[in-house]
Structures are given as C-alpha cells and as structure tokens.
Design a protein around this ligand. Structure first.
Ligand code: SF4
Length: 281
C-alpha cells in the first residue's frame, strides 16, 4: 500500500475508534457475532406470519412464546429507532385526501381489469371513519352501481354494521381492487399489486382505529401472507398505527350461515375496541 493510501486508511480507523466503532472495522470475530445475533433475532418464533414486505408492515399482537422468552436477548450493536420504512414513506403522501386519491386514480387503465369493468368502485362512507371494512373486489351489482357491497353480500354487511350500533355511513367500505374481475374470479397477483397502493393511500388518509378485512383476499393482501384466513381470523394485528382484524366475507356467510356466529365474535372484538354496545332489539 502506498503511503498516501495508508494515511487515509489510518485516518478512517482513527475516526472509527473515536466513534467507538473500532472493533467493527478491525475485528472480524465481533462482526460475525453481530450477524449471528441478528439471525437469531430474525428466526425468533414470536411472530408466526410470513414476513410482511417492508412496504406492508404488519405484526401480530401476541405474547412472546415461553420458549422465545427464555432465550437470551441478542445484543444488537446499533439500535434502530422505530419508524416507517423507506417504502412506506414513498406510498404516503402527506395530507392527501380521499378526493385527491380518487382524482389521481382517474379513469384508471393501470391493469387489465379496466377492460371489462363498467364503473370504478373506489369506496364509500365516512372519510374520517374509525372503522374501515376492506373487501376483495366489486361484483356484478357493485360494477353496475359504482359502490362497494351493494348486492346480497352487501346487504348482509349492512346488517352486520347495524348490529354493531353503527350506520353504513359511519364506516368506510372499500376493496383491494377497484374494478370487477371478470366472472367474479379472484383478482390476480399483478392486479392486486397494481391497485392496492391506492387502498393503502385511502387507509393512510382515513387513519381508522380499526381495519376489518372481509375474506381471505383482503386479509392476505394486507398482511402479506399466504396462510389461510382460518389460521388468523379473529386475531389482532398492528397495521401502520391501526388495529387490523380479519373475518369471513359476507358472501361466504351467505353460503355457510353457521359461520355467522364466528363473525359475530370477531365483530364484538371490534366493538370492544371502539367502545360500542350491541344494538338493542
Ligand atoms: Fe386501475 Fe385498480 Fe381498476 Fe386495475 S383494478 S384498472 S389498477 S382501478
């Protein structure tokens, strides 16, 4: 190494020493220990969901398992302050309103679903709702009317909302995709990836206390998991400052009425968080 390079390297090492980072630069053994501690931390079994991508962080609210609790806590060299990820920040536009988001969406042709839709179904309800319901996508009636949950499943959702002592206009209702998939098929991954950023912006604008996902598509999209909804239905998750819970879709309840009692249990949990009493008959 020539002397000029040596001087620069020595200056960097001195700088690291001054910051207390000397071993980080010079001792490979301590660097290996740091990596293995981080690996233990990442593999701790307290969170069982598939890891959510940084763009959609969601964490299950659950006690740490006894096995995990008995493990010595890994010491991380540099604690990271909690805060939104870089990706999350990109998706958020400060102070944007639902009208701004609708205007940005425009007569959207961003994915193939635009070819067969009749009307875009953006969302409906209270722009400052404490409770947001998120469904999968518009069906036939919704596509015709441009409003979410207006068919038979929608009527059942309205009954569910009223049983919680709320009116439909008190809450906000929207879907993962805003155009009807042909023949009511499930939205494809790329369609969800294209459309769901608008949903995330809607949720950021509303800032609800509770997000209730209706059905597997909404729940799996929001939690970035491929697990079946029955594995985590009725559990609470943190989602960007809101509490998130998943329950069965009203369309499923029309086909399987006995599941209504499970959904009612989930809605009672939501009511407890929102301080609501069941509607008196
Ligand atoms: Fe645009 Fe969403 Fe409709 Fe696709 S589903 S065309 S992204 S509004």
């Amino acid at each position: 190494m020539d002397s000029a390079k040596r001087v620069r390297v020595e200056a960097w090492l001195q700088y690291g020493d001054d910051l207390g980072l000397g071993p980080y630069f010079t001792n490979r053994a301590s660097q290996t220990a740091f990596i293995s501690a981080a690996a233990i931390f990442e593999s701790a079994p307290s969170v069982e969901m598939a890891a959510a991508p940084k763009s959609q962080p969601a964490t299950r609210i659950a006690p740490t398992s006894p096995a995990a609790a008995s493990k010595p806590a890994p010491s991380l060299a540099i604690p990271v302050a909690p805060g939104p990820s870089l990706f999350e920040v990109v998706e958020r536009v400060p102070d944007e309103t639902l009208d701004d988001i609708r205007a940005d969406l425009g007569e959207c042709t961003r994915c193939r679903l635009h070819k067969t839709r009749n009307k875009i179904v953006f969302g409906v309800g209270n722009s400052k709702a404490e409770l947001v319901f998120v469904g999968e996508g518009p069906g036939h009636d919704e596509d015709v009317q441009g409003e979410p949950f207006v068919g038979r499943a929608g009527k059942l959702l309205t009954q569910m909302i009223e049983a919680m002592s709320l009116r439909r206009e008190d809450v906000y209702i929207c879907n993962v995709v805003k155009c009807r998939p042909p023949e009511n098929r499930l939205p494809e991954k790329d369609e969800i990836a294209t459309c769901s950023p608008f949903l995330l912006r809607q949720l950021a604008a509303i800032e609800p206390k509770v997000i209730c996902c209706l059905g597997a598509c909404a729940a799996q999209t929001m939690l970035a998991t491929t697990q079946g909804i029955s594995k985590f239905r009725g559990e609470w998750f943190d989602f960007r400052g809101s509490k998130l819970i998943a329950t069965y879709h009203p369309a499923y309840l029309l086909r399987n009425p006995p599941a209504k009692s499970e959904v009612w249990k989930d809605l009672q949990k939501v009511m407890a968080v929102l301080g609501l009493q069941p509607k008196k008959r």
